[in-house]
Design a protein around this ligand. Structure first.
Ligand code: GDP
Ligand code: MG
Length: 325
């Protein structure tokens, strides 16, 4: 067992802006190191200042390229940026985007930009819990913007961006399939829609399709946010002023409308639920692994002595008893 001193030191170094301390803590989180939780506990009151921007959409639509471009754009204003990619296929390496090494060199060398891909290791401890932990670490670390890239499929990935402050949905020109894919669930959560690869044929058409679909979405009232549609060419930085402007405009809207507070509460709730889900399912798994109680219960179920619902209630009672200890 390591003493309190190194943990204490990590916390202070992180708050003092030491990138290696931040990277180390993130690795601890990914590895499910129990010591990380103590530091996260202390860090909590230092977080809550960042603008969390979710970036989601189909694979290959240009999310990673956009994230880097956006980061570069925010840096021009002197703002600091964290990028968290919840997509193992996102080729960030050594703080840069693979394949765009030369162009992204500025970003890789910029100490005010922190890029991290969540590996599949994060999944062991619950991907959404680990991702929220990383977001909170970068928030406490003082990043002004935290861009969270997720591929727009799967429950966890959508959950993570759904509870960001500003959700950006990325599409690209195509025969309408991409728009169909967006329709199936993420149209509702988008605050801003990006048609990336606007250098390709059909971008105008995709923009028009999206705008039409958004028209049919009923506005809550005259003052509610109207989703914006922005065209970008992430590879050469085209449209980045529009996109950054829309993101900042949405933040101002949240602040002025008072919705920011509401969003924060929703975010806290989603975070709490994902931690509880993880803790309860782990406790249930432990109870079932227990020879005396768990295996016996399963045998009774197989023998039709007890039905699955009643068995689940028994496990619940065991978990509650364990939690009281
Ligand atoms: N033509 C064109 N290609 C792009 C654009 N943005 C990204 N790409 C390319 O599309 C591919 C996928 O980009 P990536 O950012 O990895 O997409 P992701 O899977 O959504 O993160 C890469 O080869 C990029 O260079 C763009 O605006 N125009
Ligand atoms: Mg990517």
């Amino acid at each position: 067992v390591r003493g309190a001193a190194p943990v204490e030191g990590l916390y202070e170094r992180l708050l003092a802006g030491d990138r290696r301390a931040a990277a180390r803590l993130i690795t601890m989180v990914e590895n499910g190191d129990p010591e990380a939780r103590n530091i996260l506990r202390q860090l909590h009151r230092h977080s809550g200042k960042a603008h969390i921007v979710g970036l989601t959409g189909p694979p290959g639509s240009g999310k990673s390229t956009l994230a880097c471009r956006l980061a570069g754009r925010f840096r021009l204003e002197g703002r600091t940026v964290g990028i968290v990619a919840v997509d193992p296929t996102s080729p960030y390496t050594g703080g840069a985007l693979l394949g765009d090494r030369v162009r992204m060199q500025d970003l890789a060398d910029d100490p005010e930009v922190f890029i991290r891909s969540m590996g599949s290791r994060g999944a062991l401890g619950g991907l959404s819990v680990a991702t929220n932990d990383v977001i909170n670490i970068l928030d406490a670390f003082g990043k002004d913007y935290i861009i969270v890239e997720t591929v727009g499929a799967g429950q966890v990935e959508v959950e993570v961006v759904k509870f960001s402050h500003t959700c950006v949905v990325v599409a690209m020109p195509g025969g309408g399939d991409e728009i169909q894919a967006i329709k199936a669930g993420i149209l509702e959560i988008g605050d801003i829609f990006v048609v990336n690869k606007a250098d390709r044929e059909g971008a105008q058409r995709t923009m028009a399709d999206l705008e039409m679909m958004l028209e049919t979405k009923p506005a809550l009232d005259a003052s509610s946010w109207k989703p914006r549609v922005v065209a970008t060419v992430a590879v050469d930085g085209g449209g980045m002023d529009d996109l950054a402007g829309a993101i900042q405009g949405h933040w101002e809207y949240l602040v002025e409308s008072g919705l920011l507070e509401q969003k924060t509460i929703q975010r806290m709730k989603a975070e709490l639920i994902s931690i509880l889900n993880l803790r309860v399912s782990k406790a249930a798994a432990r109870a079932l692994e227990d020879k005396d109680t768990g295996e016996e219960l399963l045998r009774r179920m197989a023998a039709r002595d007890i039905d699955p619902h009643s068995a689940a209630e028994e496990v619940e009672r065991l978990i509650v008893r364990e939690a009281r200890l």
